[in-house]
Design a protein around this ligand. Structure first.
Ligand SMILES: [Zn+2]
Length: 165
């Protein structure tokens, strides 16, 4: 296994809608393994394939609980319910954390690495991670989800942040 470079904001791959996974083969299994390694090394709780430069509908996530690292290909969220507002960050936008409104509970449907259908009921942090990672597959970044008044503050701090480098 190896760690892949994480693409940072400004890389066009992060804004492209990702292609569906069509082949559940060895290459996909290897990509998922490398993504899990990259996520652990970062460290982070979730990673989407576009973040390692692969425009594919594949996400990995790991809340460091008994479920261990998990993979979902072609994930679709349904039955979103409730609301939670928590600070969120993104490995592709290091150093920035902002409160984002997300559904409190979602059902995620997708496929495992063998191509078998998987359904996950997710609440709280897991629901937030899944919504964040599935957004990546549509080229959406977490600050796109901010309320407009938060975006104004964000733009101000964001400008400062990028001037620093
Ligand atoms: Zn992210």
């Amino acid at each position: 296994m190896s760690v892949m470079p994480i693409r940072l904001f400004g890389d066009p791959v992060l804004r492209e809608p990702a292609r569906p996974v069509e082949s559940f083969d060895e290459a996909l299994r290897l990509l998922a393994e490398h993504m899990i390694q990259t996520m652990h090394e970062a460290p982070g709780v979730g990673l989407a394939a576009p973040q390692v430069g692969r425009s594919l509908r594949l996400i990995v996530f790991d809340l460091q609980d008994e479920a261990g690292p998990r993979v979902l290909a072609n994930p679709v969220l349904r039955d979103e319910w409730g609301e939670q507002v928590e600070e969120e960050g993104c490995l592709s936008i290091p150093g920035l954390y902002y409160p984002v409104s997300r559904a409190m509970r979602v059902w995620a449907e997708g496929f495992d690495l063998e191509g078998s259908q998987v359904t996950i009921e997710a609440e709280e942090l897991l629901a937030r991670v899944l919504q964040h990672e599935v957004d990546h597959l549509d080229g959406v970044l977490f600050f796109d989800r901010m309320r407009s008044f938060e975006s104004l503050t964000f733009l101000e701090e964001y400008g400062r942040y990028w001037v620093k480098d």
